[in-house]
Write a protein that binds this ligand. Structure first.
Ligand code: SF4
Ligand code: SF4
Length: 342
């Protein structure tokens, strides 16, 4: 998250120019896992009609060149590579990642660590490896096989990783669960930091994962305590404040407004954010969204929230983009811009 946050400040010029500073690419539609509550394979992920498994999946040189063309055109500051499972395309990534680092792009790769992670990636600049670990071994293995603890531990050896856990209702209901999780992952030399997101449901979802309001309050309280005991756990107080009171809609979400999310064909957009479909914003627990929202709530000297300056910049950016369009093709700019255009 810190690289996203750094990126946002560095990206002010891009926002003012009406462009997205952040890009999230589903680099492949393939994934050997079948996680319960996976949003990527949901029916509405791409807005209905098409599902992820039907999207054109590029590979080999076509994927490498397609991504490079996209990066040259959109000039993002921060790129998240997600899936599917990005490691399915490790050969293409072997070529892409060093080139992205050389382009000055901060890249984050989110993986289940289901297969070996090339050791060359450990020395890449501007690169962050995020490994999803959803709970302690019994629950994680049941949920994320074949990316079991045994495999994850084997495959992260030699790397410095960000361990990312998405908290579900089942975890909250077991007293001391998160503390046990922190204890296990904090002691590993491969763990550079630990991030915690909260499970974000889709509208109409009835699932065992979905947190109740009292669960949410409990997690926030637990994390406030745990951050003192486990320095590798990165959860700023402001971020926890957003978990307690999430954005109300995509137009209230800095992350959605500054990030363009693309599916594996490198052109279909995923909206309103990387979750796609119809996420329940006021139950959002996405760490990237919360981190940026926390900055937006921060007050400048004089009492003005950073978010209002940010929104003014977004509106100015929309105007700049509108002026860039050929006069005959201009559409009336919207009063509030939900998501920036490319
Ligand atoms: S690893 Fe990710 S994309 Fe694959 S099934 Fe699990 S949540 Fe879905
Ligand atoms: S990331 Fe933003 S748009 Fe997506 S669910 Fe969370 S608050 Fe809503």
């Amino acid at each position: 998250m810190e690289s996203i946050v750094r990126g946002i400040f560095a990206a002010w010029g891009k926002i003012l120019a009406g462009r997205h500073p952040n890009l999230s690419i589903e680099i492949t539609r393939e994934c050997p896992l079948r996680c319960a509550g996976c949003y990527a394979y949901g029916e509405d992920h791409l807005g209905g009609g098409t599902v992820l498994r039907d999207v054109r999946d590029l590979r080999g040189e076509r994927l490498v060149q397609g991504v490079l063309r996209l990066l040259r055109r959109t000039k993002p500051i921060h790129v998240s590579l997600v899936g599917g499972e990005p490691l399915v395309r490790y050969r293409e990534l072997n070529e892409l990642l060093p080139r992205m680092a050389a382009m000055g792009i901060h890249t984050q790769l989110v993986t289940s660590a289901v297969r070996p992670i090339p050791l060359e990636w450990a020395s890449l600049r501007r690169f962050q490896l995020v490994v999803s670990v959803d709970g302690l071994q019994p629950e994680h293995d049941a949920r994320r096989a074949p990316a079991t603890y045994e495999r994850v531990l084997k495959h992260i050896a030699g790397h410095q990783v960000t361990v990312h856990c998405t908290v579900t209702r089942q975890m909250v209901q077991r007293k001391g669960y998160l503390r046990e999780f922190m204890r296990f992952w904090s002691r590993l030399p491969e763990t550079k930091r630990i991030w915690v997101s909260l499970y974000t449901p889709q509208h109409g979802e009835i699932s065992a994962e979905r947190l109740l309001p009292e669960d949410r309050q409990q997690v926030v309280k637990d994390l406030l305590e745990l951050r003192e005991a486990f320095p590798k756990l990165e959860t700023a107080k402001g971020l926890l404040g957003v978990y307690a009171k999430p954005p109300q809609s995509p137009s209230d979400c800095v992350f959605a407004k500054t990030t363009q999310c693309l599916s594996p064909d490198l052109s279909s957009r995923i909206e309103p954010c990387q979750l796609g479909g119809k996420p329940v914003c006021n139950e959002c627990g996405c760490i990237a969204s919360a981190g940026l929202k926390a900055i937006g709530r921060h007050k400048l000297p004089g009492g003005l929230p950073v978010g209002s300056v940010f929104d003014a910049s977004l509106r100015l950016g929309a105007l700049v983009r509108w002026l860039r369009e050929p006069a005959g093709q201009r559409q009336r700019p919207k009063k509030t811009l939900p998501v920036l255009q490319e």
